[in-house]
Structures are given as C-alpha cells and as structure tokens.
Design a protein around this ligand. Sequence first.
Ligand code: B12
Ligand code: SF4
Ligand code: SF4
Length: 356
Amino acid sequence: MAQAADAISGGPAEALRRFLLQHGFDRAGFARAGPAAHAERLQEWLEAGHAGGMAYLARNAARRADPRRVVPGARTVIAVALHYRGKEARGAGPPEGGRAFISCYAQGQDYHRVLERRLLASCQALARAHPGHLFRYYADTGPVLERSWAEAAGIGWIGKNTCALDPERGSYFFIGTIITTLEIAPDPPSSNHCGACRLCIDACPTGALLEPYRLDSRRCISYLTIELRGPIPEALRPALGNMVFGCDLCQEACPFNRPDRLSGDGELAPREENLFPALESLAALDCEEKFRARFPRSAVRRARWSGFLRNLAVAMGNSGRKALIPLLERLAQGPAAAHQTVREAVAWAKARLNSG
Ligand code: B12
Ligand code: SF4
Ligand code: SF4
C-alpha cells in the first residue's frame, strides 16, 4: 500500500486513475466539486412525491445537491464503478412457475461491504500520499447524488431508466464516490447514447418510468419490495410476478447490457441458492433467525424479514400454484402472523390462487 501511495503522490489524474483501478474498481473518473448536475431535479422529484416513503432523501436534500456542503473546501468528486453482473448470473425473465427472482445486485454478498472496504483502503492510501487533504467516501447510503456524479466524472451517462450506463459494459455496476479537498483535473462528462430508444420505459411492468429520466418510486417494484414498509398497493401486485427482492426489467431491456459483454467482480458473484430459489424453500423461513441465516451478509436483509415474507406471499399468489395454499396458511399461523402486512398479503395470495 505504501508503495502505491508513493507512486501516486503528486501524480496527475491518470496516475490516480490507475491507482483506483488497481484498488479494485472497474472505472474511475473525476469531476469538479460544486452543485450536482440535475440537482434541481431532485427537489422537483421530492416535491412530486416520487420518493414515496424514503423520507431520508428529503432530510438532507441541500447537502445532496452540493458535495461542498458535505466536505467543506471540497474541490473534486471521484466516482468509481464496480460491475457485479457476470455472464453466469441469470437475470430477470418471465415469471417461472414455482421459482422466485432475486435481483442480480443482491444475489451475492452485500455490495456495501465490498465497495466500502475498497474505498476505505483507497482513501487511507490517498490521505497518506496527500497529507492535509480530506478524502471522504460514500457508497449508496451517503448524502450524494451518485448517478449525477458518475455522469459528471465520465464513467457513465444517466439513461432514460435513470440508471448510469457504461457504453461498453452496460449498467450493472455499483457507484462509489470520494469527496476530496484535493484538486484533480476533471474528466469530460459522459455523453448520452439513448437516442430514440425507449425499450426500458416499455419494459417496465408498473409504469414507474413516467417519462424518460423520471421514476416514480411508488410504482417501482424495487421500491415496493425493498424500501416500502407496509402493504404493496393491490393494483400493482400482479405485476410483481415472481420478483421477491428488487427488479431488473428496465436494465434487462437495455441494449447496452449485452450478455456477451457482462463481467462481474468475483467477490460479488451470485450465490447458487439465490438464483431462482423455489418459493417453497423461501416459505420455510418462518422466523427471523431462519431468514437471517438464509441471507448472511446479504443486501436482501434490507427488506427485513416481514417485508420479505410479504413479497414472497405476493409472488406465491402470482404463481398460479394452488398447491402453495397450505404453505401460505402455515406462514399466517406462525410467528409472522404478528405482522399485519404479512397476514394481509397471505389473505390476498390465497384469494388470488383460489380464484384462478
Ligand atoms: C433512492 C434510491 C433508489 C430508489 C429510487 C430510484 C431512483 N431512480 O431515484 C429505488 C428504491 C426505486 C431504487 C431502485 C434501484 N436502485 Co437505487 N438508489 C437510490 C439512492 C439511494 C438515491 C437515488 C436518488 O437520489 N434518487 C433521486 C433521483 C431524483 O435521483 P437520481 O436517480 O440520481 O436521478 C438523477 C437523474 O435521473 C437526473 N435526471 C433527472 N431528469 C433528467 C433528465 C435528463 C435529460 C437527464 C440527463 C438526467 C435527468 O437527475 C436526477 C438527480 O441527479 C442511490 C444511491 C445514491 N446515494 O445516489 C441508489 C442507486 C441509484 N441505486 C442503485 C441500484 C443498483 C438500484 C436498482 C438497480 C436495484 C434493483 N435492481 O432493484 C434499482 C434501479 C431502479 C431504477 N430504474 O432506478 C445504484 C445505481 C447504479 C447505476 N449503475 O445506476 C445506486 C447508485 C446505488 C449504488 N451506490 O450503486 N433506488
Ligand atoms: S426497476 Fe422494475 S419497476 Fe422499477 S422502473 Fe425499472 S422496470 Fe420499472
Ligand atoms: S433501454 Fe434504451 S432508453 Fe433505456 S437506458 Fe437503455 S439505451 Fe437508454
């Protein structure tokens, strides 16, 4: 590490980029710290209610809009990309009878840990090489508009599905950012290659992409299955199909996610048991301990046990398999019965299966 730090001390942007690529990132770019491009859209998006119940996005909107409010004296935002989807990972497909779908980004170990470990190592080395400068990193959870900075730093443009896209390798990557007081020559921002395409918008089963670049979280399956604490709106439940955690459909539809070009980081490789697990096997997670043991160090835990069972009940209801009814009944009688959202989703699923 000390050697790497020496190699970059006082080095130009290219040396810093090489350093970050050596520290486990697939792309790295630099942007001048200042108001985030499209920051005014965040405010408008929040006011329109498109954040749903994600109140934390509104709480620190002013800081999100400008990284200099996060790190006083910040001169540069470094954006890094880490690809997670390999060729071997199976993506969202048409609902398969009896099998659940867990979004690709959550099929392996929790990406926060992997990204944060690499960002921490990078920041420690950078701080040693540039005494007196601050390097503060974020991965997902910080007050940073990460996609805007990815675009500004030239590592991917924001597509009409609102995901950041690399023209060569597509959108299945995580973004990390480092806000620093160090001045680094900025890269040109990414240019947009969406053109007249609107495949992602047409592929969205719930109409969550209201128009290009505008997502209403309240209709997005990713929000409904991960962030929402409460019942999933009934009208949207059939569209969830077999998706029990997250949704990849607007990325699957994107021509830039060409299967032959996908390659994901080894540490984020999918766990076999998370590739289309049987609904029956997930229904066996009838207490919180079993859920935690089934998903160790996993992003799936974000949904919480009760939220996951709610999603599972909806997927079981959508499966068309009446044979699952006894499993649904068992779920509603076990410890999960303490959760009104689970009880209600189970009742809905049974009614749907019985009417089919
Ligand atoms: C809240 C959140 C969500 C919400 C809302 C998503 C959304 N589109 O805003 C929900 C729960 C729905 C969600 C879903 C997903 N998320 Co999310 N999410 C976030 C989080 C925490 C904040 C995003 C945010 O600020 N949204 C508010 C909106 C207004 O901002 P924005 O999406 O950045 O939108 C900008 C652009 O759309 C742009 N814009 C608006 N209009 C226009 C018009 C034009 C012409 C242009 C060019 C730009 C433009 O301005 C906006 C403000 O900068 C970020 C992490 C972070 N700190 O940034 C991860 C993050 C965006 N999520 C991520 C992922 C992986 C996902 C999912 C793929 C997970 C899944 N498989 O289920 C889905 C993708 C759904 C989708 N199509 O976006 C990754 C995205 C990586 C990438 N390559 O883009 C991030 C960056 C996390 C990370 N560190 O890697 N997510
Ligand atoms: S993640 Fe799924 S529900 Fe959300 S916008 Fe994309 S296709 Fe629509
Ligand atoms: S599907 Fe088409 S419109 Fe949507 S992000 Fe990809 S290229 Fe852009």
